[in-house]
Design a protein around this ligand. Sequence first.
Ligand code: NAP
Length: 348
Amino acid sequence: MKRIPVGILGATGAVGQRFVQLLENHSYFEITDLCASERSAGKSYKDVVLWRLPTKLPANAANLEVKTCEANTGAKVVFSGLDSTVAGEIEENFARAGYAVISNSKNHRMDSDVPLLIGEVNPDQIKLIEFQKKRFGGDGFIVTNPNCTTVGLAMVLKPLDEAFGVERVVMTSMQALSGAGYPGVSALDAVDNVVPYIEDEEEKVEVEPLKLLGKVYGNEVKFASFKIDAHCNRVSVRDGHTETLSIGFKKRVTTTQVTRVLKNFRGLPQKLGLPSAPKEPIVVVEEANRPQPVLDRDINGGMSIIVGRIRESNVLDINLVLLVHNTIRGAAGAAILNAELLKARGII
Ligand code: NAP
């Protein structure tokens, strides 16, 4: 099959590097353009990137010349891992110029005609693209994936909401350092410490699941109406966000029912057999002391949400722990799966 040329905006960052790594031998997509700031432009990728991943810098990217983020790349599909201070305007420029923009950044997630998409959770939001194309006056559009903490939360809440009706959620996160990009949190703040504040994070995590689990009516999404309290903390872990959840449901539930619903959850990416779709979107681990980031974050290539410690709550109904690989399922892997779904639907 002829592969689709793709570009990466923000290719030098933590998420951009994951794109380069995950797209190295992709069966649908081939990297042809790498873009970043003026600081990096004009040099070969290998000379400007501070490669922080434990695999070799892919040869197909190493010698590409990094460009600035102008909407004149040969590739008509671009993945964005841009810093949010610049992502809003740059992504919109690309969409207006007719490009398909598959973004990780927060800037357009809440735009009413922009899908906030997880293939397993809400593929119906793809319908919004038609309205966006009209707004941009061409073939260009933006599709976003949620915040890295939201992805784990929404994937677990979706099947539980369908089965039992979610009413209330209290979520406490222990978020990895790579979630702050590179170089991110200073070592003196990170080591031997927990930072109980991540700017804007709780606001995003409290609202994004409501759009993800909402319903599409015409050109907009009616948000789900349950309530979420989020407490977000930065901890000294390299990759992998851990979240503890207490969930209240409309119906009475048992831990056995919750376990069964989570284990049996499958979505459209699994049905279509998309290349990045994990066989099991949610893996339930039985050991009392799991999931743990260092042991479990790479299960199924970092694309599954790992759930454990499902037990009764004294305050709400059910408690559990989940783990999401923040730069794979929480960022680059999620965007690549979205692009695969758009290709399978004939949109790119
Ligand atoms: P990062 O490591 O700081 O990388 C930022 C990227 O943006 C770099 O490639 C940088 O290029 C580029 N950039 C900065 N200023 C620019 C400008 N003026 N013009 C063009 N490019 C510019 O950040 P990150 O952690 O990869 O995050 C990227 C985005 O993904 C953010 O919006 C973040 O919120 C989101 N996200 C991150 C995660 C995660 O786990 N890290 C998860 C989900 C979503 P230079 O190297 O040339 O400066």
